[in-house]
Design a protein around this ligand. Sequence first.
Ligand SMILES: *[C@@H]1O[C@H](CO)[C@@H](O)[C@H](O)[C@H]1NC(C)=O
Ligand SMILES: *[C@@H]1O[C@H](CO)[C@@H](O)[C@H](O)[C@H]1NC(C)=O
Length: 342
Amino acid sequence: MAFSLTSFFFFFISVPAFFLLAAAKHHRHHWVGHTGHRLIKVDVKGISGEFVSVQAAVDAVPDYNTVNTLIRISPGYYVEKVVVPAKKPYITFEGGGKETTVIEWHDRAGDRGPSGQQLRTYRTASVTVFANYFSARNISFKNTAPAPMPGMQGWQAAAFRISGDKAYFSGCGFYGAQDTLCDDAGRHYFKECYIEGSIDFIFGNGRSMYKDCELHSIATRFGSIAAQDRNSPNEKTGFAFVRCKVTGSGPIYVGRAMGQYSRIVYAYTYFDDVVAHGGWDDWDHTSNKNQTVFFGVYKCWGPGASKVKGVSWARELEFEEAHPFLVKSFVNGRHWIAPSDA
Ligand SMILES: *[C@@H]1O[C@H](CO)[C@@H](O)[C@H](O)[C@H]1NC(C)=O
Ligand SMILES: *[C@@H]1O[C@H](CO)[C@@H](O)[C@H](O)[C@H]1NC(C)=O
């Protein structure tokens, strides 16, 4: 599950990083791309766009792009698999609304890729972003593979994978079942998004804040929301859910210890009556992860909220402990998220 493209993508960030340093001399707060703007229009109906596919629009962005590039995607269903490579930073996908503009595909982990190898979870995503400074607004991403029953093998099917740093999402929808949103690596901010799934439907080793999002379970028999993969006490990664809303079907665990030092905090979050007994899961019951994880809640509410404190190793935090997970500095947001966007 945990192979990584880290070295691959660190090679490429050096180029945009150079421009950022140069720009920072003149602008103390530098939230977005280097200079200028470009608009590319996509329309699946072929009426108002330069392209009918989102990938074709991404392909039209030059390598080592330094221009804020808005890809405006007209309402419709874009049935395609899309990749934004690491050497194309500063791209925004903007749809006409998350109900009307959808990019979808249907790969599962057990399916075969072009080389005959099984895809495995991380390569199933309908949309994959390796680039830094990606953002998306008012658009949905789906994996339309059918939902597995618990315990079925090879049915992981991601809708979206974010492996780039400093990614911002607002008003987006993420739809799938097992492993919907691969929050793989880097700092990410999700605002007013809708995320739906059944098992570990937000997972990976990202350092992410989810603010005012709805986390909607479609689990049958059992399920789980977040599986965070922090593997060392020195990593700054973790998932902070602030003022979110947990809805849908259950019973579900709210967090699972994918990594030995997994970190997950829910603050000011509403829980419907869908939380499983105990609330949290230690993943394998054998590696004493219940002694090394950091799982906590702060001022949560709703009919399921008391069950989120169902084990001794996930507790109600004091304000001082909770505070780092409540503010956008958790993702160093002051340096890359405009105040009006937080
Ligand atoms: C996104 O949708 C919201 C709600 O429909 C709307 O207020 C906002 O202006 C939209 N933003 C963009 C960039 O289209
Ligand atoms: C912690 O997990 C271990 C197995 O990894 C288990 O034996 C122990 O009972 C658990 N402790 C608590 C407090 O849940």
